[in-house]
Design a binder for this molecule. Structure first.
Ligand code: ARG
Length: 579
């Protein structure tokens, strides 16, 4: 394990520099794998030691590096120590490297690989509430909702893998004037039969139609206001229709999320916090934070100088609350209900200001836990379309991904031997969607491109799945060859060593993703792993090799497969065994 080596090196440093070894652990990093042969597996940056005061920050850094490298003693595990430019390089005994890294895979500890690293010891664990997806009833499920869904799921998976108690929450847009329109419109254009058959589509149709109608009909507008008033007054008929819309929508979404392998622990929504929003207004009032603007609206002054140059509206002049008011109430309520240690909201970047205002208001109300609330924002997706046009429903994107993938697979002979090619096409298609979305920094916008994301060769989700399936088939073909033990000295070729060196980095990569919540570190790691595995398939045959060599190589392949699969699962991708 990487942690074994890092600790060993840290202990060496601790002894020589008379410090606790713990301080050196984060300073010792695995060296990125290059094509050419490498002399180092780990490095220590001297400037880090100067920054944290372990070495004097004056004097010639190169001299310091060389002196330290000379004083450190090699041993049977760390067999070479040399000075580079401002870094000390450590080379680990090759046999030991293979032994330690691949040992856990024979013991059924596959899933913990990388996650039980000492890098995570200092990480605080607790309850993390992740709110994601959060579509609006009767409206479009747009690309932003899809991004929020997959990114939120990744964050929740990652937090969970690192030992947190995770609450996955979907906060539906299930309140507001749109329900007035929908309620009024349903009387005219709605049909209960259609609602049961195709709920999302029917609600959307009614909503579009009633909006059109409302453009030139005062009557409809009046009916909408009246319906919403009834809802706010909890009048039973209105509430019962609204409930039906909501329940049917949730059921339908659950079915579609299931296709994505995503679930939620809680389906909350804006409607839950309607009454609490009134309490929030009272609290703001009693703290003297609620001001009245010239327009007669209720605002909170967020300007530094208290001159109302930056205000946030929390109350309309007609006495109704807003999106932000409900969010303040929702946050306070979640803290009371779940007592989370941190809360993460995932939406597109157009809501950055909204969340920064939300956190500021919560803080000004004395809720210091708002410091541990975080908004993870992401860029826009351009051109997400299906063959039939603009995307309105999540299901359309999933269907299209599956159909396109099935078409691409139809040429392959493996497809003919599959029990359920649709299921494989679905999983691989979804991986393609996810990887395309996660490859860059989340903040960047990107162009949605079916052809590019579904390529088998490029850096795509298809390539990850293909590599995984190929490893599964290699392992299956050689059933009975792998043994409980293996001879690590037989993994001496550079191709094997590169894979081992790369696996050493897994914990650092997870650590990086855990810090900034960006999936790209993990994706790049897995893609690189897949490229290294491709070379290994060519250069390290199992079949036809002497038994010992075959066993050792098989152990390497199954270790790599296991890390690939667990990384994919964190990303929210279900690895396939055949494709
Ligand atoms: N329903 C909102 C939308 O579609 C997203 C909700 C985000 N979460 C929140 N707590 N405001 O834009």
């Amino acid at each position: 394990m990487a942690c074994f080596f890092r600790r060993r090196i840290a202990a060496k440093l601790g002894k020589t520099l008379r410090h606790s070894e713990e301080v050196f652990i984060p300073a010792v990093t695995a060296v990125p794998v290059m094509k050419k042969q490498q002399t180092a597996d780990f490095k220590l940056s001297i400037s880090t030691l100067r920054v944290n005061g372990i070495l004097p920050s004056s004097g010639d850094i190169q001299l310091q590096t060389e002196n330290l490298a000379c004083t450190l003693k090699q041993d049977s595990v760390v067999e070479e120590i040399s000075a580079g430019r401002g870094v000390i390089n450590f080379k680990v005994n090759r046999k030991f490297l293979a032994q330690k890294l691949l040992e856990p895979f024979g013991k059924g500890e596959d899933d913990k690989f990388g996650l039980n690293s000492e890098l995570f010891l200092s990480l605080k664990r607790g309850t993390t509430l992740v709110e994601y997806s959060s579509p609006n009833i009767a409206k479009k499920f747009h690309a932003g909702h899809l991004r929020s869904t997959v990114i939120g799921n990744f964050i929740a998976n990652l937090k969970q893998s690192l030992g947190n108690n995770v609450i996955r929450m979907n906060y539906l847009g299930d309140w507001g004037m749109q329900f007035g329109l929908l309620g009024a419109g349903f009387g005219q254009f709605g049909c209960l039969e259609k609602l049961k058959q195709n709920p999302l589509q029917h609600l959307f149709e009614v909503y579009v139609q009633v909006n059109k109608e409302a453009e030139h009909s005062e009557d409809i507008k009046q009916a909408a206001r009246e319906f919403f008033r009834q809802l706010e007054q909890h009048e039973s008929q209105a509430v019962s229709l609204w409930k039906q819309f909501r329940e049917i929508t949730v059921r339908e979404y659950q079915r579609v999320y299931q296709r994505l392998g995503i679930h939620f622990d809680v389906y909350s929504g804006e409607s839950f916090h309607q009454d609490q929003a009134q309490e929030v207004l009272q609290q703001l009032q009693s703290r003297g934070l609620l001001k009245t603007s010239e327009k007669g609206t209720g605002v909170v002054d967020l300007s530094l100088d208290g001159d109302m140059s930056n205000v946030c509206t929390v109350l309309r002049s007609d006495g109704t609350t807003l999106y932000i008011t409900r969010d303040i109430a929702a946050a306070i309520n979640r803290k009371e209900m779940y007592n989370f240690d941190e809360m993460i909201y995932v939406t597109d970047k157009s809501q950055e200001n909204h969340f920064s205002q939300l956190f500021q208001i919560l803080l000004s109300m004395g809720h210091s836990w708002a410091q541990r609330c975080r908004h993870v924002s992401f860029g826009l997706v351009q051109g997400m379309k299906t063959r039939t046009g603009e995307v309105v429903f999540l299901e359309d994107v999933l269907d299209e991904a599956r159909a396109r993938m099935l078409h691409n697979m139809s040429q392959s002979s493996t497809t003919k031997t599959m029990d359920n090619p649709e299921d494989t096409a679905e999983k691989v298609g979804i991986s393609a969607l996810i990887i395309q979305d996660f490859k860059g920094p989340l903040q960047s916008d990107y162009k949605f491109d079916w052809d590019q994301m579904l390529q088998a060769q490029g850096d795509t989700g298809v390539f990850l799945q293909y590599t995984h399936a190929r490893l599964c088939s290699l392992i299956k073909r050689n059933e009975g060859v792998e043994a409980a033990t293996f001879d690590p000295s037989l993994l001496h070729e550079q191709t094997s060593v590169s894979i081992l060196q790369h696996l050493l980095r897994y914990d650092e990569v997870l650590y990086q993703s855990a810090q900034d919540l960006q999936p790209k570190h993990l994706i790049n790691f897995l893609l690189k792993l897949c490229h290294l595995i491709a070379s290994a398939h060519r250069e390290l045959p199992v079949k036809g090799s002497p038994q010992g060599v075959a066993q050792a190589r098989l152990r390497l392949f199954s270790g790599a497969r296991s890390v690939l699969a667990s990384g994919m699962r964190i990303l929210g991708i279900a690895p396939v065994a055949k494709m």
